[in-house]
Each structure stands twice: as structure tokens, then as C-alpha cells.
Design a protein around this ligand. Structure first.
Ligand code: SF4
Length: 122
């Protein structure tokens, strides 16, 4: 067998191996993404189960601290600036009594407020 045939075989073998590695990596990434989606859905279910906007039992320490650092209060002092008319507000879904905020996890009152309040786009 001459050297050209051996080189061609090595080239093809290398290409097939690289392609398989790429496909397996892609499949892993896609699987990871779908799992993250399931986890996010799980978090939403947990939030949906919250019966009071003061119930933080499903909220971790990091998000409780964020809420505190942003100065969140459940009742705004300025009715014109409140969570329900903030750009970062997540309106409650049907059947839920509490909304949410894009900055931290957990229930948020529609009449709440924090120092990051920003007007919604018109
Ligand atoms: S950023 Fe502040 S004011 Fe806006 S929705 Fe979140 S908690 Fe409410």
C-alpha cells in the first residue's frame, strides 16, 4: 500500500471522528438546553403554587438578597411608579395572584416598588 492511500485513510478517519464528536457535542448542548427549559418551567410551577405574595418559601437566599438590595417594598409610596407599570414587571398568569420581576425570582405585588423602577415603553 502506498503512502497516499494511507494518508487518505487517516484523513477520512479523522474527518469521521471529528464529525461524530461535533454531533455528540451538539446533542449534549441541545439536551442541556431542554433540561434548563424544564427547570424553568418547574420554577414557574413552584411560583404558581404560592398562595400569598408574601410567601417566599420557594425563593432562594440569593434572590431574597437581590430583592432586599433593590429596596423592594410591597406597597409603593408613589402610586404612579409601581411594579405593574414597570418595564421589568412580569404580569401574573391566569389563576395567579402575584406577578414577578425580571430582576429576581419570587412573588411580587402589583402595587410594589423598587429602586430599579423604569417606565414601560409606550
Ligand atoms: S424592577 Fe422593581 S419596580 Fe420594577 S417590577 Fe421589579 S421590583 Fe417592581
Amino acid at each position: 500500500m502506498d503512502n497516499k492511500k494511507i494518508e487518505r485513510r487517516e484523513f477520512i478517519k479523522g474527518t469521521v471522528t471529528s464529525s461524530l464528536a461535533f454531533l455528540m457535542g451538539s446533542a449534549y448542548v441541545l439536551t442541556g438546553c431542554s433540561n434548563t427549559g424544564k427547570q424553568a418551567a418547574g420554577n414557574q410551577d413552584a411560583e404558581a403554587a404560592v398562595s400569598s405574595c408574601d410567601d417566599y418559601s420557594n425563593v432562594d437566599e440569593v434572590n431574597l438578597r437581590k430583592r432586599e438590595q433593590l429596596g423592594y417594598v410591597k406597597q409603593t409610596v408613589n402610586p404612579e411608579n409601581k411594579c405593574s407599570n414597570c418595564k421589568l414587571w412580569i404580569a401574573p398568569k391566569e389563576g395567579q395572584s402575584c406577578g414577578g420581576c425580571l430582576l429576581f425570582k419570587g412573588p411580587v405585588y402589583d402595587e410594589g416598588y423598587c429602586t430599579y423602577w423604569a417606565p414601560q415603553d409606550q
